[in-house]
Design a protein around this ligand. Structure first.
Ligand SMILES: [Ca+2]
Length: 194
């Protein structure tokens, strides 16, 4: 009986496929739902996974993936104010998490003055007490590049003892200068870190 022997080329291909598969399966899942803001309906632009606050809108301009992204801008209150949106995710104390995503500003609606946007993690206990905050060290501001999506990330952070959930926040801060400008947000992720 003839039994075909795998050629070196086939063995190499099999090894490469195995390596790719192991890398793919090793990537932890995104714990956020509707991370690309594309699951909303016409009457409720954001899906129920997201809680918008201040001036947070679902728009189809320049979405990074899918059709929609979030657009944040100031409340023009002549005092420091915030807009944004967040999603709460259950966490395990002692486990490490990291959040990241993409922010963008466009020519014609660039940030001015002291306006800033960034990504933040807030850990809460069962009584909704805020235990810890972790923020992306880099923020998008008036001097940041325009017309392209920029990647922002927190550091990996350990959920503190007593934490039951983490709030992933994309936040826009406007100062008392009422500076104009808007920020687009798309493709947020929250991943556990081994
Ligand atoms: Ca999107």
């Amino acid at each position: 009986m003839y039994i075909p022997v795998m050629s070196r080329r086939n063995i190499l291909a099999a090894l490469i496929l195995t390596l790719i598969a192991s890398i793919c399966f090793a990537l932890p899942v995104n714990l956020l739902q509707d991370a690309s803001f594309d699951d909303g309906m016409l009457d409720t632009p954001f899906s129920s996974n997201w809680m918008p606050f201040g001036q947070a809108h679902c728009v189809s301009d320049d979405a990074r993936t899918g059709v929609y992204c979030a657009k944040l801008f100031g409340n023009f209150r002549s005092e420091q104010n915030w807009s944004g949106l967040y999603q709460d995710v259950p966490v395990t104390p002692g486990k490490k998490y990291i959040a990241n995503g993409y922010l963008r500003q466009n020519t014609g609606d660039r940030l001015e003055g002291g306006s800033l946007a960034w990504i933040k993690l807030e850990f809460y206990d069962a009584e909704d007490n805020q235990l810890m905050i972790a923020e992306s060290p880099v923020r998008l501001g008036a001097r940041s590049a325009a017309n392209r999506w920029l990647f922002f990330s927190t550091s990996p952070v350990i959920a503190p003892g007593g934490a039951v959930k983490v709030r992933v926040v994309a936040i826009f801060e406007q100062q008392s200068d009422n500076a104009p400008g808007a920020v687009l947000v798309d493709d947020l992720t929250l991943r556990p870190v081994d």
